[in-house]
Write a protein that binds this ligand. Sequence first.
Ligand SMILES: [Zn+2]
Length: 269
Amino acid sequence: MDILTHTLSGVAIGTVVSAFADAGIKQRFSIVLLSGFAAALPDVDAISLWSGFDSTIGTLFNLPHSGSHIYFAKYWYSHHAFLHSAVAAIMFTVLIGIMAYLIDSSLKGFRKMSVAASIQKNRLLLLGSFLSFILHLVEDMPTPASTWGGVDLLWPSGSYIGGTGDIWWWNNYDIFLIVVAVIVINLTLLLLGKVISFDIRKFTVGVFILGFSFAFLQIKTRDFDFAYTGHTAQYDQYEAKSKQIQRELLGDRIYELMERFDKQLKIYF
Ligand SMILES: [Zn+2]
């Protein structure tokens, strides 16, 4: 799935988790921001496709293979490998916990602060980061198997999960719009919670579950099978088919707006 939808999915999780925070807007904002970052992070492993990879990182680590070979291979640092695993999600969350602990204790002039107290204080930040990281991995599962056969969720087991080909790699505009709707509704609820007294937590969770179910339905009811293993000679046809499906789903006007937005972006979307 594209990096923008991934990132915004994390932001959507952030809007839910931050509804549980009693502290002010600053804490809520950091939860939303960090959740978005966590949801983008797994795709750092796509760096081997960067044109300058071989002459910089490749040379520095004396890697025996080219960046594009690494990307499609199954080394632990290849795409969909370690960084697309539950272990990486846990390690990232622990790292955030350590950083939050260091920041908190430095603010207190390094006076003794218990780890348990720090975890208790930052639990929502950690929860948002972990869930958003995991959501990225789940979102990649319905894309084609390609050379990996899914994502290495249970790394280091090497048993790749997903790769079902329910959706194309990108231009899943309908999913993107559902994610944006969840964010907009939840942000509105968070703002409303400032003026009207009601339990926003239930509503934000409800909106997220509704959005997730709707996106799941969209993914599972594409009228086409995008599944392929290895590389495909029909890549362009698949992409055109994916766009045709979007046009049918969204109607000409919204589709053309989305396509115009897509063309302005420098990333695959
Ligand atoms: Zn990914």
